[in-house]
Design a protein around this ligand. Sequence first.
Ligand code: GAL
Length: 676
Amino acid sequence: MSHVHHFPTRVTTADGSPQFFYGADYNPEQWPREVWDSDIALMQQAGVNVVSLAIFSWARIQPTNDTWDFEWLDDMMDRLHAGGIRVDLATATASPPPWLTTQHPEILPVTRDGVVLSQGGRQHWRPTSPVFREHALQLVEKIAERYASHPALIAWHVNNELGCHNVYDYSDDAAEAFREWLREKYEDLETLNQAWGTAFWSQQYSDFNQIVPPRVAATENNPTQLLDFNRFSSDALRDYLRDENAVLERISPDIPRTTNFMVMSGTSGMDYATWTSDVDFISNDHYLLPTRDAIEELSFSAARCSSLAKNKPWWLMEHSTSAVNWREINPPKRRGEMARDALTHVAHGADAVCFFQWRASLAGSERFHAAMLPHAGADSRTFRDATALGETLEKLAPVVGSKVLPSQVAVIFDYESWWASSQPFLPSSLVDHHAQALDWYTALLDTGVRVDVVSPDDDLSGYKVVVAPLLHMVPPALASRITTAVEAGAHFVTSFFSGIVDEDAHVIPGGYPGALRDLLGVRVEEFHPLTPQQGVLLEDGGAGTLWFEAVELSEGTETLHNYGSGPTAGMPAVTRATRGQGSAVYVSTHLDREDLAELAGDILRTAGVYVDVEFPSPGWVITTIRRGTDADYIFLIPRDPEGTVEVGQLTGIIHGPAETTIKGTDVIVLRREHTA
Ligand code: GAL
């Protein structure tokens, strides 16, 4: 139902050249009208040209079941239009008003242990509730009818961060919808019983109505039931998105639609790879983590968005100008980090840079969350920096519309493997698919190359190196696609606990790593997970943590590194099998950061992958390339915000200091004309 790629109408300058979208969530319902005019003037001053409006406005628009108040929103839309500011208009369904939850408490979500979540926060609705849907879709209809042809409108913002708080609902509505989903998937109970392995612990079902969501049980739930519930919960939200889409498509087919994804570490509930055809353009929310690999995590997320967007432009719908309010300790960003973060998203293909939010709230749970306009007002570092960023984006306008140049190296990131390897009752609760993928991504960046982050279903044939860390679930079709890519010349790398289960989370017998055993030319009988205090050494001085294994080699498989301590001392730790034109490397422990980077470097050399931009310390920056019609735009993003980076004499600088050593938050953009 979605258009192929229907991007919001571009903002252009007087000479018709397209600009970046720049702006924020705007919540004028929190402010008296006197503030509105000064908001618009300050937005213009900061270079803001778009706002996301009405995200949490349901109670204001529909104060009671049968009253509607659009007067304020009409006024706001008109003012924004008059001020030259476009609107990404929300369908306002994210937070149901108290009158609705009071009249219909049956829309409230229920936790695993049976607690009904109260109103008073936000997103307190069941994705599968027919009563919620009826009210929410009525609201969508009213808003769409009223604003479909408003001149300020450029995009529909469906709900907001679907699943941020309500992805897992264990209510009776969810139970019924889950059974329906299972009926469709398995058709008959025999197939379901087989897939769920219900011969174990006397779990055999004799009627679909006996099935419930994986609520708190006497001990851990059936693993395939858990996995199907992950899939169902992601699908249930997507179905809800489709229902809002259908209303918008009927009333306002010409306006592109999006819903803001949350591609960032810690958010695992929604398998966005299965949502991409339900939006006209990809948009994402990202908040910088206070970790050592903060910029790498940001870059990983943005690279993931770029591949979800199929290398077409996408929107950074939310990030923060400075501190957030929802961690234990919430320090502000360092000087320069606001622009660095924004430009890192741009480097990976974002054509819109937006923040949560425009003006910092004085009341409510988010009153200590940073905004473009802080509590201190316009006379503030944050507002000046936000204004400077607006100017930077104006200067970088030639980059708009250019496409991220795919890399020769891909890291596979897979929600199904993440879900299946994060369940209870596994060999170790310390291994995490996302963390492993990020560690490999970081190690590859250490070598200075550009790296894509792809889904298992993406086309792997263009890559010289494919790294699949902890790819726990490998159905036969994926195993054969990987094998085909290797035989055609790809160098494949995977790590411990990969290839272990099929799509039902059943173990593939015959020795680990199951589905990848033949390709890798190794066989493992037992896992040796390690405690956080334990480690293992390699013969050549390297070290590993988390896990090790006794790896048997098939004929022809070579050893790249041996273990140097513990029960497997002298046995292979890292191996390589040559297959067709390519090779398959197996890493049976979690290598320390430097060892991982060294191994990544060796593999890249074997595959003939080199850095794109030669300068003194390639691994100290993240490099991306956006290809335009006349030129390439090369982004260089320092990785250590507290250090400095020697970049040598660079030519073609269109943004950033023209110095041989730059600060850790300086981003450089180079323009390289295409040569005929
Ligand atoms: C997002 C949400 C915004 C705001 C922001 C704060 O999850 O979409 O409305 O709450 O976080 O960081």
